[in-house]
Design a protein around this ligand. Structure first.
Ligand code: BG6
Length: 475
């Protein structure tokens, strides 16, 4: 029976585009995240985080909108204050991302932006001073807008060249300070985040799903090249692949539900099968044939993928869903709510056992070290007049999920880190709201970026600190 290791990395995760702000400071270029507007009470379908078309794209650029991610929570200017409060919570790690357009403002620039690089030098140095180990994501939902406009996003193989150049630049610069690297955030969400992850404008491609898979193939190749480079540069570096867990359960035990569920889940393993096992699996080739998807994959690329597999698997886990053959298809966006689960106001259903299941299943399949890269619950927290937040719901959520994680570890899964999303409140990725809060630390900004910016420790802050101090014993 295994226990949580002594050097377990307890911490939190954020992304540059949701926290840094300073969107036009020190030479940073505009990114895809900067054009996501705040739309009050928006339904997910209003936001085009996923199926962005060129008309909406133009509308956002021309319209009179507030763009929350341009300000974030001012992490760029205030990073020392944020690191200080995390140190006060005793976190061992902070997973964060580098903003691509801070380093290469247009994506295709000849030279990197030195001021952007200098920012992360300072940030990592300060984290080291505070004993917080960085886990760095190279690409998290933001790419230079120029790469969408001039090249059509990741469908274009030129993106491999640009991204590899960016990846090599940051590895070269920070490899002495950063050991753990996640190359691409949630690489499997191509059907849910085709704009944020792939930079595709839906009406600019002939076969949307083919474009999505071709684009992710380019991300696979870029990941393998960066992994190859990283290993040669410094053999102690760990370069990982990341999935958002989207494994579903069958709605019923009807054979049709069970079979659809199996086929759906297997196509979710596809991404890590390629990057951890190093091969395009037969079931995926059969799926492409059925869907009329023709991909350009060279023999040289296949060898590259075989020779440069990932060192670890990072998983984000939030919710779980079911599939029903009479209502759902192979489209990962089509699911049916599990009637046995409660959900938050955004419909994310809460199921701690899903974390035990997925980590155990990934372990059984791959046997590589793993980390929980994100786990948390969004809530409209209430700040009391005496600046308290009584967030028992968040404590309960994490209690149950950490217990599930411990069970997977007890049964042998090798897990080295648990990062909550997000340790302090930041802008939501999907809805661009500030009021969808995840943090243990309340950050006093509202949906329009107004507020004092003060930090207030929520009840969950003290709870998580005790979890960290007891290495997960006291939940
Ligand atoms: C993850 C993303 O899928 O979900 C994060 O990697 C995101 O960037 C998180 O913030 C929660 O989603 P949201 O839309 O509630 O912010």
């Amino acid at each position: 029976m295994s226990k949580i290791r002594e050097d377990f990395l307890w911490g939190g995760a954020i992304a540059a585009n949701q926290a840094e702000g300073a969107y036009n400071k020190d030479g940073r270029g505009l990114s895809t995240a900067d054009i996501q507007p705040f739309i009050p009470d928006a339904k997910p379908t209003d936001l085009h985080f996923n199926d962005m078309d060129s008309i909406t794209y133009e509308k956002y650029q021309q319209g009179d909108y507030y763009f929350p991610k341009r300000q974030g929570v001012h992490f760029y200017e205030r990073y020392r204050e944020y690191i200080d409060v995390l140190a006060d919570m005793h976190v061992k790690t902070l997973r964060l991302s580098i903003s691509w357009s801070r380093i290469f403002p247009n994506g295709d620039d000849t030279d990197p932006n030195e001021k952007g690089l200098a920012f992360y030098d300072e940030l990592f140095k300060y984290m080291k001073e505070k004993n917080i180990e960085p886990i760095v994501t190279i690409f998290h939902y933001e790419m230079p807008l120029n790469l969408v406009e001039e090249y059509g996003g990741w469908t274009n193989s030129k993106l491999v060249e640009f991204f590899v150049k960016y990846g090599k630049t940051v590895l070269q610069r920070y490899h002495k300070m950063v050991k753990y690297w996640i190359i691409i955030n949630q690489i499997n969400l191509i059907h849910k985040e085709a704009f944020a992850s792939l930079g595709i404008l839906k009406d600019k491609v002939d076969h949307y799903e083919q474009a999505q898979f071709q684009a992710v193939h380019h991300q696979f190749v870029a990941s393998a090249k960066i992994t190859e480079f990283g290993h040669k540069l410094n053999s102690s570096l760990q370069l990982g692949v990341m999935l958002a867990d989207t494994l579903t359960a069958p709605y019923s035990c009807k054979p049709d539900d069970v079979e659809l569920n199996f086929r759906r889940n297997r196509m979710q393993y596809f991404y890590s099968d390629v990057l951890i096992r190093g091969d395009y699996p037969e079931y995926a080739m059969a799926y492409f044939k059925d869907k009329g998807i023709e991909l350009k994959i060279t023999e040289e690329e296949k060898k590259l993928l075989r020779d440069n597999t990932a060192d670890f698997l990072a998983v984000s886990y939030y919710w779980s869903n079911t599939v029903k053959a009479s209502e759902n298809t192979m489209d990962p966006n089509s699911t049916v709510k599990n009637p046995h689960l409660k959900a938050n106001r955004w419909g994310w259903s809460i199921n701690a056992s899903g974390l035990y299941l997925c980590m155990s299943q990934y372990w059984d399949r791959y046997h590589v070290p793993m980390m929980v890269a994100e786990n948390g619950i969004g809530f409209k927290d209430v700040l009391t007049p005496d600046n308290q937040v009584h967030d028992d719901y968040r404590i309960e959520y994490h209690q149950e999920h950490i217990a599930a994680l411990k069970e997977a570890i007890r049964e042998g899964a090798d897990i080295f880190a648990y990062c909550t999303w997000a340790p302090f409140d930041i802008i939501s990725a999907g809805t661009a709201e500030m009021s969808k809060r995840y943090g243990f630390i309340y950050v006093d900004y509202d949906d329009k970026g107004n507020g004092s910016g003060q930090f207030h420790y929520k009840d969950s802050f003290y709870w998580y600190k005790q979890v960290i101090d007891s290495n997960g014993e006291e939940l």
